[in-house]
Design a binder for this molecule. Sequence first.
Ligand SMILES: Nc1ncnc2c1ncn2[C@@H]1O[C@H](COP(=O)(O)OP(=O)(O)OP(=O)(O)O)[C@@H](O)[C@H]1O
Ligand SMILES: [Mg+2]
Length: 527
Amino acid sequence: MSRFREFDLSPEILQGIQDLGFEEPSPIQAECIPYVIRGEDVIGQAQTGTGKTAAFGIPVLERIDPSINKVQSIILTPTRELAIQVSEELRKVGRSKQVKSLPIYGGQAIGRQIKALQQGVHVVIGTPGRLLDHLRRGTLNTEYVDIIVLDEADEMLDMGFIDDIETVLKFLPKQRQLLLFSATMPSGIRHLAQKYMRRPKYITVNRGEVTVPVIKQVYYRVLENFKIEALCRILDSEEVDLSIIFCRTKKGVDDLTESLQARGYLAGGLHGDLAQQQRDRVMNAFRKGEIELLIATDVAARGIDVGNISHVINFDIPQDVESYVHRIGRTGRAGRTGVALTLVTPRELKQLRTIEQETGAELRAKELPTLEEVAVKQQQTWSAQISEAIQSGTDFSLFEDMVTQLTQEFSPEKVATAALYLTFSERFNKSKDATYHFGETGASPGMVRFFINLGRNANLRPQELAKAIADHAGIGLRQVGRINIYDRFSFVEVPEDVAPFVYEALRQSRINGARVNMEPARPRNRS
Ligand SMILES: Nc1ncnc2c1ncn2[C@@H]1O[C@H](COP(=O)(O)OP(=O)(O)OP(=O)(O)O)[C@@H](O)[C@H]1O
Ligand SMILES: [Mg+2]
């Protein structure tokens, strides 16, 4: 608490900070709080998860006079979930001071909001559309409003929101303090912002790095139609606590949620077309850990703060760099570590490079876990589950007679093994009809040569094999170079730059309906 005491804060607010368990101010808080208390306009930029909410929340609450039962501050957020979350944090900090905060957003009965506003609140946290609705109806009195905050300011001043924001500002008193906060602040937006601000103080603690260094950033090259399989292998082999999985579209979210649920994962979908009740249900379940995977559009990309998110997974690569920064920032918050994984298809490699360049971060390429690796991991998980069931004294009475009977005829080991087999073997991939190998000898310059064991596919003609490879790797038929088929094996040459895709395709593909299971040996460059 020591350094919080150095600010000009009332005992009630200090109490609120202590109740939240904050011991020291984060850098953005240390820098912003004094300026905001003094009434200056501030643009605050700091990495995701570094406490920007309290950086504006603490001084805003300090400035509220709870004896005046009127709205004195308005905070705008781009999404409903974020409005609820910010309102919740402000409610905690302001509790001792008896500051009343109210979230206001679309999808919730407006009558209820009007009633709550009539009873008197001090801080309103809302999404622009619904806030405008209240301003136009005259159900939100702005006479006493003197601090306005745009959280995720660059998004709020971007095309999608700017008209609404300008209209909101027109409803508010001319003499007002404006605060802008975000982890990203493109220079265009910063210039635009000047128009609404009085000699703003620009505070940034990024030191040139937009992403959070404790987030491990990794990407996997995958083919479009192999993404779900790739995702499942990742989920089955990583230590995932909670994870947000981002998709490009709402339909993508629905489809992926359904696939994952069908495979037995605890998954829930979140996007803008769902009913508010459903959105609330999913968000609450995720916060409580009742679902482990939140499948979402960019609606969950900004601001959302859930403590145990160990992994952010870009099932679809983000459309722009800001989206990448905010998405992956859902993990690695408040000093914790995190992992950000991105699935990249061949045609998206360029977009990946752009992200790398503009964030200055290094994304490491990683090989997908092999089926063997997944199996080992799964066996560990299952073993742990079995041990736990035994140690926790689970009631097995339903099966005890069966075991007694079986063990008269077979050894207990045999019985247990058979039971495990029947329970789990389905989930192992057993089809190993053909195997691909790599060889690196004798390839033409600039080419990588793959040695392919065709197994049951030995009757393929070279042209058919070339086409199958091109289709599966997502490359042109003409890029498949020399192909030779000898009895049950074949050589194929492809240019170096597409080799990783061919490699991936060979690992994953079915040719002639047979699952081809290639067990690694990386594609090595010829000497
Ligand atoms: N001084 C502090 N000490 C300890 N924890 C803190 C402190 N300030 C904030 N936190 C915690 O850090 C987490 C992240 O804070 P917050 O959501 O405000 O980050 P942010 O900078 O707004 O991130 P984003 O850019 O993603 O919106 C929250 O769980 C918050 O409670
Ligand atoms: Mg935030």
